[in-house]
Design a protein around this ligand. Structure first.
Ligand SMILES: Cc1cc2nc3c(=O)[nH]c(=O)nc-3n(C[C@H](O)[C@H](O)[C@H](O)COP(=O)(O)O)c2cc1C
Length: 382
């Protein structure tokens, strides 16, 4: 399948503009998701082997998730499980519906296996997305894996009202989802990344905690009473010192984990003229060139927390070797976006299969002992 995708399907798909093909694919996956028989057929081709792991009180059938931004409005929710994903992160959702930046806003740098995007959180808004989620449940098509939501700030909301904006989205979406990711790291909403600053992030997390505090109005129903795990997604461009400041909030604000990383505003050198043109576009870079920086961040976070805070590793994962690098550095779960675009829909099956092989070769019977194994080796030697 991967060979067929790379050599036959992908060249055909890549003749079209990136956002148009994305929209067509999402429409097709929406149809697949509504149709049980077709979903089952897709699962039998693409479903991944089991490699279960428990985190935040949730059971993940395998550690490979869909990264935020692919299914912003929960259009294709059931299809991701059928494609073999062990969890799905929807969104980003913002409190106010918004169109995002004007197109074109997604660009492929094919020779570098990379994408530059400046989507700018185009989405239907938290309330409309909550309705879509309720519809999937009513249809009986809710996936049998954890589903989370990436929360962004509405463009029209000033930075000093950000906490309220995030809290509003959280309040309406919370009853529907298993976990949440506070996205303060997208480069495509003006000044958003300033919210990674410790005091600004502290204010946002306090507001979210308040929404689910036992004294909050309407919290008494059993579903509302459940505490939703809240993770924070960080930029690969942060210094280690800035990351350490974020980690200082983990205990006081009950951060359940860190998603590392979002796209980068930096650009690596490239000789290729087509890639240079894409790199000249404003936006965040994802894919192969992001891989090593995001792994470095994961390694740092794992070392600083001595493995006590779960990390979701994302950035430039295309195959099992890339996934293993992130796991061995300290990621408990991983996610893909650009890898799915370049490697195709059999990517989960390939990654989970390859990780299982590596576990066996290393003598591990489950995933947890492999998490951070290479980072731990280094601190033992030191
Ligand atoms: C077109 C596009 C849209 C994205 N939208 C979001 C988003 O809404 N929220 C978010 O946290 N990350 C978003 N991301 C970042 C991805 O979730 C991921 O962190 C990043 O692309 C690195 O992973 P990758 O190299 O596997 O793509 C987006 C990425 C792309 C390419």
């Amino acid at each position: 399948m991967s060979w067929f995708y790379r050599n036959a399907l992908r060249p055909l798909l890549f003749t079209q503009d990136a956002e148009s093909i994305h929209n067509r694919t999402m429409a097709m996956l929406n149809w697949v998701g509504r149709n049980e028989l077709v979903s089952d057929a897709m699962r039998s081709f693409l479903g991944a082997p089991e490699l279960p792991i428990e985190l935040f009180g949730l059971r993940f059938p395998n550690p490979v998730g869909l990264a935020a931004g692919m299914d912003k409005n929960a259009e294709a929710l059931p299809s991701w499980a059928a494609m073999g994903f062990g969890f799905t992160e929807l969104g980003a959702a913002t409190w106010h519906a918004q169109p995002g930046n004007p197109p074109p806003r997604v660009f492929r740098a094919i020779p570098e296996d990379a994408i530059v995007n400046r989507m700018g959180f185009n989405n239907l808004g938290a309330e409309a997305i909550a309705e879509k989620l309720a519809d999937w449940k009513k249809l009986g098509r809710w996936p049998a894996h954890p589903v989370g939501m990436n929360l962004g700030k509405s463009k029209i909301t000033p930075l000093d009202r950000a906490a309220e904006d995030y809290a509003n989205s959280f309040r309406v979406l919370r009853p529907h989802l298993d976990f949440f990711v506070v996205n303060v790291s997208s480069p495509n909403t003006p000044n958003l990344r300033q919210l990674q600053d410790k005091s600004a992030l502290d204010e946002i997390l306090a507001a979210l905690n308040e929404v689910q505090s036992p004294t909050s109005p309407g919290i008494q129903s059993p579903i509302a009473n459940r505490q939703s795990p809240i993770l924070v997604k960080v930029a690969p461009d942060l210094s280690f010192e800035a990351l350490d400041e974020i980690l200082e909030l983990a205990g006081p604000r009950q951060i359940a984990g860190i998603v590392a990383t979002n796209t980068t505003i930096t650009r690596p050198p490239t000789e290729d003229a087509a890639a240079q043109r894409v790199y000249a576009e404003t936006g965040g870079l994802s894919g192969r060139p992001l891989r090593s920086r995001s792994t470095e961040i994961i390694r740092h976070l794992y070392r600083q927390t001595r493995g006590t805070l779960p990390i979701i590793g994302v950035g430039g994962i295309f195959n099992a070797a890339d996934a293993w690098e992130k796991i061995a550095a300290g990621a408990s779960l991983i996610q893909v976006y650009t890898g799915l675009v370049y490697e195709g829909p059999a990517i989960c099956r390939a990654i989970v299969g390859g990780v299982l092989d590596r576990l066996e070769a290393k003598g591990f019977r489950q995933l947890p002992p492999a998490i951070g194994s290479e980072t731990r080796e280094k601190w033992i030697i030191k």
